[in-house]
Write a protein that binds this ligand. Structure first.
Ligand SMILES: [Zn+2]
Length: 112
């Protein structure tokens, strides 16, 4: 079967290859806590090729937005602003984050 993220061969019984599973685990572990640039650092640290990381970020296997879109939606405008990224975030989204209990850390600027 083909990997539903990078479209490379994943194996007979799995729809996500081992590399993408590693990236996915990183995403799930830090979802809503760190920004895109910090995710990129973690992804690059895995030593996987850049093309693989880019394919993973652009993938949208369940038609709910690409991984990259989801990372951007997960974090607040404030945090994005601190990293020099412009994005629109609705109040509803921020409220949802607050309710999830991840709000506390979001006001803090990333360490230089
Ligand atoms: Zn893959």
């Amino acid at each position: 079967m083909k990997c539903s993220y990078c479209q490379e061969r994943a194996g007979w019984f799995t729809r996500v290859c081992q590399d993408c599973r590693r990236l996915l685990a990183i995403y799930e572990a830090h979802q809503g806590q760190i920004g895109l640039l910090q995710f990129l650092d973690l992804f690059i640290e895995t030593g996987l090729p850049r093309e693989k990381i880019e394919a993973f970020l652009a993938a949208d296997p369940r038609s709910e937005g690409s991984v990259k879109d989801r990372i951007l939606a997960d974090i607040s405008t404030e945090l994005l602003g601190a990293m020099g990224v412009n994005a629109q975030q609705s109040a509803q989204d921020v409220k949802r984050l607050r309710q999830k209990g991840t709000w506390q850390g979001l006001g803090e600027r990333p360490k230089e």
